[in-house]
Design a protein around this ligand. Sequence first.
Ligand code: ACO
Ligand code: LMR
Length: 603
Amino acid sequence: MALFTRDTQAIFWNNNKTAIQRMLDYDYTIKRETPSVAAIVAPTSGNKFEKFFYGPDEIMVPLYKTTADAKAAQPQADVLLNFASFRTAYDVTMEALNLGGFKTIMITAEGIPERLARGMNAFARENDVTVIGPATVGGIAPGAFKIANIGGTIENIVNSKLHRAGSCGLVTRSGGLFNELSNIIAINADGIAEGVAIGGDRFVGSVFIDNLLRMEKNPQVKYMLLLGEVGGTEEYKVIDAIKEGKITKPVIAWCIGTIAKYYDSGVQFGHAGASANAERETADAKNIAMKEAGIHVPVSFNDLPEVINGVYKELHAKGIITDIPEPEMNVVPKIRRSKEFICTISDDRGDEATYAGFPISSVATPDTGKGIGDVISLLWFKKQYPKWATEFIETVLKTVADHGPAVSGAHNAKVTARAGKSVVESLVTGLLTIGPRFGGAIDGAAQYFKYADDNNLTPPEFLKYMKGEGVPIPGIGHRIKSLKNPDLRVEGLKNFAKEHFPSTSLLDYALTVEQLTTSKKENLILNVDGTIGILMVDMWRALNYSEEEINEFIESGTLNAFFIVGRSIGFIGHVLDEKRLAMPMYRHPMDDILYDVQKAEKL
Ligand code: ACO
Ligand code: LMR
């Protein structure tokens, strides 16, 4: 029945870097296995992650635009730390409640309209979700999970023994006094087992009694301390629970605001709820009633430490509280340097470098059974693809390795080599021809055919759409290949896919488009670029990538990269061919150029 455990993870709504860093410093100090913040919702950020320190190192916490996206990606995170402003905090909470999957929602904003707050709290209660706040710094389960800024700096946390569980269950309204009391409890007893500052607004989600009843069931909590305040009648519910035997552990309590009686009229303290509307809402009345119910109530706030010490010693003498061994802690370094570069694909720091975690020797030699397709799947996609997929990748590379000396890129590479340039320079000039007309239509083909398929466009609708876009359909058309002179590379790729792919739905769609384009002109076939782009989408779909991830691959130019790698083999071959033959510098025959230059005298 603990509120939080060492495995609890939160989604943090708003990229509040200081508060999140404090949580992660806490995690590192108490040696948590996983960071307590699993995701951040940052609706206006275009970034995908935020870097934070985890001890001396840095970790990347993913950023999402919506709570729904964050929750879908991190379903285990069952705490929402709602750091939205008072204008949006209500909507954020309601959305999370409707999404489901959250056990606790903490709301920091102060000043959510009271009518909305009441509805929100009631809805949370119906859904069995604990709301901490609004208007709070949150709560802590020492040694397990700490919300944002509660407890203050890491030094203060360790001084107040909030780095490991003690025996007291602490509930306050105020966050400032929560910190103060943590310190008092650390000095006069053995620290707290669980603590919640329920918030200062008049209508807060979980109230004193909710927290105390939960702590009653938490075996780590041996006694409880309630710091109430003038205004409201929540303390009377605690009195009733004690009378009904629902709370049996010792309770220490004090209601602050006893000074209010020295003023002529009702005093409003800092919190919206801190004002007595009737005699029984005054601090004095509540303190007396609590004392009568058997609660340990000090004579004044100044005597509270002594009462805490008394209760602690008594429970210790009875053996209910035993001495807590101090755990070993990590120390957060004072000076930390943020890293400039990030690498998520390979690591050369150990004895042997790795590709996405796999030592090179585990993929390099033939006995590993791995090929270049496996290396690409590890280094480009950080995954180990199944055999049919790595074999498809290899089939693509082998298929596009070369297409003779006359094609744009090979021609360029040959001319450069003959101008006396090096292998790398000649190769690069060849690669630079890869683009929307030559070899680089793969991304475009995937993008447009996927768009048409996603939007259920019929082939004529698709052609019309492309006309509107004003570009030739990427992946359609060839200079020399046609229906009469079919491209056997395309046949090979299609046959491979038909035999090994779980499904080829985008290819099937593209072939219906090809029927239409070839009926207009017989060289408007689905070309090798188009076939590769479309089949890669079919491959990723079969590998269960989301449509969003596939779109991202396309946008980042991943597909053309297959042609780049494959065709580099051919270009290098042509360059070496030129060098082997010691070919002289090339000059294009002038009779192959149409000169159409105007005469100066005509100007
Ligand atoms: N979509 C629609 N119409 C097309 C397409 C196309 N992809 N390709 C050519 N056409 C039409 C042209 O509009 C033109 O029509 P018109 O005669 O009514 O004016 C006619 O076909 C001929 O156009 P050209 O550009 O002269 O066609 P060519 O056969 O010389 O070009 C090329 C071949 C450049 C590949 C062209 O088809 C094209 O741009 N395709 C799209 C890009 C592409 O897929 N490139 C990769 C090719 S494979 C590779 O490089 C490994
Ligand atoms: C290629 O693979 O280079 C060709 O499809 C292009 C061409 O013009 O033959």
